[in-house]
Design a protein around this ligand. Structure first.
Ligand code: GLC
Length: 558
């Protein structure tokens, strides 16, 4: 791996030292391609993010997680890293990263960067040399190269499929022009999987961790944290129904127990650094209990709660997943996390606009007004739960997925490989509208890499700022309340209150949250003063209130 980049002098950490800040933090995900474009090339960049930091401070979030901005051919929007210590020129430079971290700290915002340890780009120095040096190159041991099966090695070494569809193996052409070994890629062919049994891989990543820790980052989101270790011998799965198994079963390439060794070592590295810096795992596991293994006290700090993300707007199911989450996290003393949207799934405003049971990859607009009402209510519910919450850029504007992008503009590799687990992810990656007018609604002065719908003018930050009842103001109010009222995010349990069918009600210290997931208005007790509500609530008298369908309210009880 190239060592040519030198980190700028260590960044001072000005962030207020709040012990355990991460346990109830609200962490905002920035997808750098689509947040703000400072140089009019139609692609967002780090300088764009820096210029919008005051917006994030005013929104009331605690930290910003940036999806990858490293040197990359962009075969998977930056999740194919060619140099882990370099910023892609498309996003800026290391100096821009340094300036961004410094400015964020001045504003009391923490910065979490994305680390991609399961695979590199096929343009990474190690991989290029592994191929170029021919069979027997020791660099091939840092990836999973294998001879093919069949008389002439024409068949892949095993039956694993790529998460994006098609075989998880690609055959290389050797330097002499003959067909050669195959290499493993659980994602696109441009993303070869590292062999974590090789000590050089672990050494390299501990060094990469230090590089960014020295730059002053406050933590890492670990991409495909469940994938690093593969079952010994790379055994066949024995089925071609892999897509159905993903996320439901332990696979020979996902959630293997060996990954935990790696995270124990990483934790030791992180703990050498001052300040409370954190790891959050992207670990798709079959159960919340298995997710909890990643956040044992000597491993990572948080793991995304994908079981919660995959739950529909339904009181019974929500209560069950909330209880299961809290029960699973308590024994390991890790905070629960809650998330509704990210760059890999259809936005929740669109998921909830559609029927239940359709999964998280949709291309259907559904009933937009219904989806928005439910999305606002779902967010307010999420922000009243104990633990840490993740917000994906644009959800504070109530953005829906863009479901009608043409094939010409799409860039998600999963879309083109088809039949995989993912596929429609461009719909949630459309650049953010900042203003009512102007090129790309204020995203930048040079258009946007994915087209924005004309209706987004009225969803822009400008249109919603100060507009009573807007989704942006709802987020601001709720996030500010959460910051000044520690009861809302603290603790590891909720006290459930009796509620009509389809309604969730629970107490959190001096607060009560009531969410009506049903299709009809319900009469509920007036628990106190209304702090914030996602829709129009009618307070009937001192005793009772009417909560409309698909609406959540927070009460202060004294
Ligand atoms: C993670 C990322 C996703 C990416 C994949 C491969 O799931 O969130 O965007 O395509 O890993 O790196």
């Amino acid at each position: 791996m190239s060592q040519h980049s030198t980190a700028p002098a260590p960044t001072s950490t000005n962030v207020t030292a709040t012990p355990d800040w991460w346990r109830d933090a609200v962490i905002y995900q920035v997808y750098p391609r689509s947040f703000a474009d400072s140089n009019a090339d139609g692609m967002g960049d780090l300088e764009g993010v820096r210029s919008r930091l005051p917006y994030l401070r005013d929104l009331g979030v605690d930290a910003v997680w940036l999806s990858p901005f490293y040197a990359s051919p962009q075969a998977d929007a930056g999740y194919d890293v060619a140099d882990y210590r370099e910023v892609d020129p498309m996003f800026g430079s290391l100096l821009d990263a340094d300036a961004l971290i410094r400015d964020a700290h001045e504003l009391n915002l923490r910065i979490i960067v994305d680390l991609v340890p399961n695979h590199s780009s096929d343009q990474h120095e190690w991989f290029k040399r592994a191929v170029a040096e021919g069979p027997g190159s020791p660099l091939r041991d840092r990836y999973h190269f294998r001879p093919g099966k069949g008389a002439t090695g024409e068949l892949p070494p095993n039956d694993w499929e790529s998460v994006f569809g098609g075989p998880a193996w690609t055959r290389i052409t050797e330097p002499d022009g003959t067909p050669g070994d195959w290499y493993l890629h659980l994602f696109a062919p441009e993303q070869p999987d590292f062999n974590w049994e090789h000590p050089a891989v672990g050494d390299e990543f501990r060094s990469v961790l230090r590089f960014w820790l020295d730059m002053g980052v406050d933590g890492f989101r670990i991409d495909v944290a469940h994938g690093l270790v593969k079952a010994e011998g790379l055994p066949d799965l024995g089925t071609h129904d892999q897509v159905k198994l993903l996320g439901n079963d332990v696979m020979p390439f996902f959630d293997q127990d060996g990954v935990h060794e790696i995270y124990r070592e990483w934790r030791l590295v992180l703990d050498e650094y001052a300040g409370e810096r954190i790891f959050v795992a992207e670990a798709w596991t079959p159960t919340i209990e298995r997710t909890a293994n990643y956040v044992r006290p000597d491993e990572l700090h948080q793991a995304f709660n994908f079981q919660y993300l995959a739950t529909y707007w339904d009181a019974t199911e929500l209560r069950s997943v909330i209880d299961r989450t809290l029960d699973a996290m308590r024994p390991v003393a890790a905070p629960a996390t809650w998330v509704l949207s990210n760059h890999d799934v259809t936005r929740h405003a669109t998921r909830f606009a559609n029927e239940p049971g359709l999964g998280t990859q949709l291309r259907l607009a559904g009933d937009r007004a219904l989806g928005l009402r439910r999305a606002r209510a779902a967010t307010l519910l999420m922000l009243a739960l104990p633990g840490s919450a993740y917000v994906y850029q644009g959800e504070e504007l109530g953005l829906p997925d863009v479901v009608d992008l043409s094939d010409e503009v799409r860039q998600d590799p999963a879309y083109f490989r088809g039949a995989g687990q993912d596929g429609f992810r461009d719909g949630c990656r459309v650049p953010i509208p900042w203003t009512r007018e102007g090129s790309s609604y204020g995203f930048g002065a040079g258009g946007s890499w994915l087209p924005q719908p004309a209706e987004w003018a009225e969803l822009s930050v400008e249109a919603q700022t100060g507009a009573s009842g807007s989704t942006l103001e709802l987020y601001r109010t709720a996030l500010t309340a959460r910051r000044v009222q520690p009861d809302l995010g603290a603790g590891d349990s909720v006290e459930w209150l009796t509620a009509p069918e389809g309604v969730l009600a629970f107490r959190r210290g001096r607060f009560v949250c009531v969410a009506n997931t049903g299709g009809e208005a319900v009469t509920i007790p007036a628990y106190g003063e209304v702090l914030v509500a996602s829709g129009e609530l009618t307070v009937v008298d001192a005793e009772e209130a009417k909560l409309p369908a698909d609406t959540t309210v927070w009460w202060t009880t004294g």
